[in-house]
Ligand binder design. Structure first.
Ligand code: TYD
Ligand code: MG
Length: 493
């Protein structure tokens, strides 16, 4: 046998855990995505093992079906896309009408945001619809899962309750999970979480790039083979110690981001990628004592009995295909010239700063020595420019200490010249506000006809000042409360 003696020297390969790029030498910063300290050494055998994922998978699962053959595009029969309801309307809507058979959905989000809760609720929902469901948990024990289910169902002990077909498997080894799936043949599988699941034949630690990618790939094969939808939970960590789900986005069919502020109960479920539906939908939930409650009501964040306050303006904002009425608040207080503070929470900070400049220039507000704080109520994020008009009105109201009369809300984008610009989906927003009893809906003047009944057209921010001076829609609040009014405000249990 001929031995050249020139056997290729084994090379180390370093892979970025955030963008998956490879490099031949270790570098402090990934040259592809710019992430620091993200390159990690890949095991030698690993590139082949990833390639062999399909073969290994076949070995675990057994052989199915025949080898695929290339066919003409014209001859491809359209399969019926079967969808399964998770029993959670908001989740179904974001998915595009339920879980598609054989699809893989990745649910990402910060630790503690409520991913496991959402998954357990979906598992319960699907089981109650009569599906056999397997919840594979690698982070919690089976008993913890049961406790959570009891908490969600508001029961002392899970009894039948339609949950006869819900199974829990506490395991981290993907091969064993697959074996269980092959035995049980569930119609829906939840894997919580991908970071804690591992293949014992891969050397690197659970949570590393190679483990996560390989496990996800095998789950994708499993979903396709068994025509079973899988929902995979993935953590997003700031320091990047665990490979984030970004790595897996191209492997799966749907990527959902579960987001929200941990200090608020509100959670939003957004889809970043969806092969079977739009990515514009947003599901809204509120975390409560008994799990996530769906937020379906457009005025859920408004207190219908709240008296009008200076600096508070309601805006019919769009969330996905729905219009929600959201209160925008502003507080303007005396600050120091040159060091005036500007803080925005739930709103786009850059837009807010721009609007303060527009107000100075076109609405005659002197804000250089004023501290301004603006926020949305309930922790909702509102980044669409259509909120500009409401934000400007809130700031003018707070500055002048004047309140909007009851029944007034505002929608419109504001340009640098102070002019009001057209916003999308005006009819829907106005209709929603009208339905909620708003009788004067301020809209861009160009859209007043389209908006129809109850709409009041505004051409420019300069005209808002006129509204103030005429005190047409504004009235001065009482600064001191009379004694009987105080009683209404402070209540003892
Ligand atoms: P969890 O679903 O475990 O978050 P994740 O899987 O994303 O890490 O739940 C997160 C938080 O939600 C936890 O701190 C407790 C809280 N929670 C409630 O407030 N109500 C509930 O009914 C449940 C189940 C959890
Ligand atoms: Mg969890």
């Amino acid at each position: 046998m001929y031995d050249s003696g020139l056997m290729a020297k084994a090379k180390n390969i370093y892979q970025c855990r955030s963008c998956n790029a490879t490099a031949l030498t270790w570098m402090g910063k990934c040259s592809s995505c710019g992430e620091w300290d993200s390159l990690e050494l890949q095991a030698q055998a690993q590139s082949t093992s990833t390639l062999n994922a399909a073969a290994n998978f076949a070995a675990t699962v057994g052989q199915f079906g025949d080898a695929a053959e290339a066919i003409k595009i014209l001859e491809i029969d359209a399969p019926k896309i079967g969808r399964m309801s998770t029993g959670i309307q908001e989740l179904d809507r974001v998915l595009g009408g339920g879980l598609v058979q054989g699809s893989v959905v990745l649910v990402g989000g910060d630790p503690g945001i409520g991913k496991s809760t959402l998954m357990m609720q979906a598992a319960i929902g699907a089981a109650r619809e009569g599906n056999r469901v397997l919840y594979a948990t690698s982070e919690e024990s089976a008993y913890q899962c049961k406790l959570r289910a009891e908490r969600l169902l508001e029961v002392e002990e899970v009894s039948e309750n339609g949950l006869d077909s819900l199974f829990v498997l506490a395991d981290t080894d993907l091969a064993r999970i697959t074996t269980q799936v092959m035995e049980l043949r569930p119609q829906f599988l939840v894997v919580d979480s991908i970071q804690m699941t591992y293949r014992s034949d891969i050397e690197s630690a659970p949570g590393s790039v190679s483990q996560i990618r390989r496990c996800c790939l095998e789950l994708v094969y499993l979903a396709r083979q068994l025509q079973m939808p899988i929902m995979i939970v993935g953590h997003v960590t700031k320091d990047g110690q665990l490979a984030g789900p970004r790595l897996l986005e191209h492997l799966v069919d749907v990527v959902l981001n579960f987001e929200g502020d941990r200090h608020y109960a509100l959670r939003g479920l957004r889809s970043a990628k969806n092969r079977f539906g739009t990515t514009l939908e947003i599901g809204l939930f509120e975390m409560g004592q008994h799990g996530l409650q769906e937020v379906v009501d457009a005025a859920a964040f408004l207190d219908p009995d709240a008296p009008p306050r200076a600096g508070a303006v309601v805006c019919p904002a769009m969330h996905g295909s729905r219009s929600l009425l959201i209160e925008v608040q502003a507080l303007v207080t005396q600050g120091t010239i040159g060091q005036a503070r500007r803080r925005a929470s739930g709103l786009d900070g850059n837009r807010f700063t721009m609007l303060t400049a527009v107000l100075e220039q076109h609405a005659n507000l002197k804000l250089a020595d004023q501290d301004i704080y603006v926020s949305t109520v309930g922790g909702l994020k509102l980044t669409e420019p259509a909120v500009d008009l409401a934000l400007c009105l809130a700031m003018i109201g707070a500055y002048n200490n004047k309140v909007l009369r009851k029944g007034v809300c505002a929608i419109g984008e504001v340009g640098l010249g102070g002019e009001l610009r057209t916003v999308p989906q005006i009819e829907q927003r106005v209709a929603q506000a009208r339905r909620r009893g708003y009788s004067k809906i301020l809209v861009p003047i160009t859209q007043v006809e389209v908006a129809g009944q109850n709409a009041v057209g505004v051409a420019s921010i300069a005209d808002l000042q006129d509204l103030f001076e005429n005190i047409k829609y504004f009235s001065t609040p009482k600064t001191r409360l009379s004694d009987d009014k105080k009683e209404e405000r402070i209540k003892y249990a």
